[in-house]
Design a protein around this ligand. Structure first.
Ligand SMILES: Cc1ncc(COP(=O)(O)O)c(C=O)c1O
Length: 379
């Protein structure tokens, strides 16, 4: 079936008990046994519950994986993936990895004997050079946050195959509608479902999509043992959001393209980082591996003062962290999403104080442009 049909129907069959077209929210912590030897397949909601299982089936299908496990947040999902490693194992990550992942890795996981090297993953040479005898994992985000650097998925898939590394891709920025890393050789795909998959900014959640049975077994164990599985109500909300993923992404994509073009021609804007623009150095690569360019972009106003002026004067765009919702969010990476990165590391990674990140929503694009224009007048 097509993507939209799968998004609406896989895991979302009518309730067998009542015929309800939308499966009910199983808001219970525990399930009664019929007798000591028999239960209906559910025991205790930390382990699993019908709403979580339904959502796991939907996401595995949309990403083209064999299975998926749903966590309380994107960070819990990413943390579970790093638990596949053993002390002494080495992982290669993007220099511009999401700030929360950087915090997890640099302030917590290093204390458990895991080693990490940050490289520019758009340079295949840099990746190859960083591989050591104990390297086990190659962790990619494309496009990167907030610098919108694109990594060649087919090429990193090839490196992972040749060098026997587990390839993990964080697909949060595009969603499976616009990019399917498994088709390029990713073994594991992670998501902050808080973003496009849910799409309505009403709950937090994360997903790990697996292609190999041995990884799936371990991730399921982490989910159960550490108690990091998502609750019924939040699974229900995310399942509801996913049904409209395809139509939302189409609109995000067209609004994103229009705004990027507008900002690029604005005299107050120094540069716009958006893979859909012909000026983006990896425009052709993005075109090859993505079905669209999405609605995430970063633009540079040249200084913190200029960024502050804009951010303090937007009216329709909300100054807030997060992304991927129907409403447009605007943020300042240096002081918000990437504040865990020391200033010198931010500078080295191209995250300047004058940069503003935009998650373009699905409002009427003329209204968004008018809002940005009036705020830019204050810059
Ligand atoms: C690319 C990316 N990955 C992971 C995360 C973490 O997800 P969550 O906030 O759901 O824990 C985020 C959050 O902003 C993100 O942008």
């Amino acid at each position: 079936m097509g993507f939209s049909t799968d998004a609406i129907h896989v895991g979302q069959e009518p309730d067998p008990l009542t015929g309800a077209v939308v499966a009910p929210i199983y808001q219970t912590s525990t399930y009664v046994f019929e007798n000591l030897d028999t239960n209906k397949g559910y025991v205790y909601a930390r382990t699993t519950h019908p709403n979580r299982m339904a959502l796991e089936r939907t996401i595995a299908k949309l990403e083209g994986g064999k299975s998926a496990y749903i966590f309380t947040s994107g960070m819990a999902a990413i943390d579970a993936v790093f638990r596949l490693l053993r002390p002494g194992d080495h992982t290669i990550l993007p220099k511009t990895v999401y700030g929360g992942t950087y915090r997890l890795v640099s302030q917590l996981l290093v204390d458990f004997g895991l080693e990490f090297t940050y490289v520019d993953t758009s340079s295949l040479d840099s990746i190859e050079r960083a591989i050591k005898p104990n390297t086990r994992m190659l962790y990619i985000e494309t496009p990167s946050n907030p610098t919108m650097i694109v990594t060649d998925l087919a090429a990193v898939g090839d490196i992972a195959r040749r060098r026997n590394l587990t390839l993990v891709v964080d697909n949060t920025f595009l969603s499976p509608y616009l990019q399917r890393p498994v088709e390029f050789g990713a073994h594991i795909v992670v998501h902050s479902m808080t973003k496009y998959l849910n799409g309505h900014s009403d709950c937090i959640g994360g997903a790990v999509v697996l292609t190999r049975a041995e990884d799936a077994e371990k991730i399921y164990f982490v989910q159960r043992a550490a108690g990091a599985g998502l609750a019924p109500m939040d699974c229900f909300l995310t399942s509801r959001g996913i049904k409209t993923l395809a139509v939302r992404m189409e609109r995000h994509d067209s609004n994103g393209a229009a705004i990027a073009k507008h900002l690029e021609s604005h005299p107050k804007v120094k540069r716009v980082l958006y893979p859909g623009l012909a000026s983006h150095p990896q425009h052709d690569l993005a075109k090859r591996q993505q079905r669209g360019f999405g609605a995430m972009m970063t633009f540079d106003l040249g200084s913190l003062e200029a960024a502050r002026k804009l951010l303090n004067h937007v009216r329709l765009c909300s100054l807030a962290e997060s992304l991927g919702g129907v409403e447009t969010l605007i943020s300042h990476p240096a002081s918000m999403t990437h504040s865990a990165m020391p200033p010198e590391v931010r500078k080295e990674n191209g995250i300047d104080d004058g940069m503003v990140r935009l998650s373009v929503g699905i409002e009427d694009v003329e209204d968004l442009i008018a809002d940005l224009d009036q705020a830019l007048q204050h810059v």
